[in-house]
Design a protein around this ligand. Structure first.
Ligand code: IMP
Length: 169
């Protein structure tokens, strides 16, 4: 186990407080990146006590693998227009930054009022510019992790904590 259920929940309390200060009066759209962020979105949004809407986008970059394929595919788009809205993108993990780069470009052209990014996990070894991520839950070693929404071949998403698994080629 890398990060316990308690640690995750405490950190989400802090993130929700910080983000509430920034977005309280902005009627934001929370955009969850499927599938990995679904647990994070569910826990995070229930800590907000101001008006917001929630939408999802699904992209894939690692079909059945622990290493990036170098390609991001849009599998499911947002249900609604986000023009002139303040957006909060919720990611489960930022690894190479490729998915984030793709999502920022894809959302940026839809003329949102603003776009903020919050990732529960971040692997700093991969040198993604920190300025591109507004809020980070935890920085973790460059290892493959599962649990709390994150999967390996579709499994382990249900674990309430984050665990590291051995890389299998
Ligand atoms: P990136 O494009 O390399 O930043 O990868 C982002 C996506 O890859 C995440 O949204 C996850 O779906 C997946 N991913 C990256 N690292 C891990 C990991 O350690 N465990 C599970 N999924 C991961």
């Amino acid at each position: 186990m890398l990060i316990s259920e308690d640690e995750i929940q405490r950190r989400i309390d802090e993130l929700a407080q910080e983000i509430s200060t920034d977005l309280r009066d902005k009627d934001p759209v929370i955009i969850g990146v499927l599938k990995g962020a679904f647990v994070f979105v569910a826990d995070f949004c229930r800590r907000l006590d101001f008006p917001n809407t929630i939408d999802f986008i699904r992209v894939s970059s690692y079909p059945n693998s622990v290493v990036t394929s170098g390609e991001v595919k849009l599998e499911l788009d947002l249900a609604h227009s986000v023009a002139n809205r303040h957006l909060l993108l919720l990611e489960d993990i930022i690894d190479t930054g490729l998915t984030l780069q793709y999502l920022k470009a894809s959302l940026g052209v839809r003329n949102p009022a603003s776009l903020r990014v919050c990732s529960l996990l971040h692997k700093p070894d991969n040198n993604v510019k920190l300025s591109t991520i507004d809020y980070i839950g935890f920085s973790i070693p460059n290892k493959f992790v599962v649990g709390y929404g994150l999967d390996y071949r579709g499994y382990y998403r249900n674990l309430p904590y984050i665990a590291q698994i051995e890389e299998v080629q």
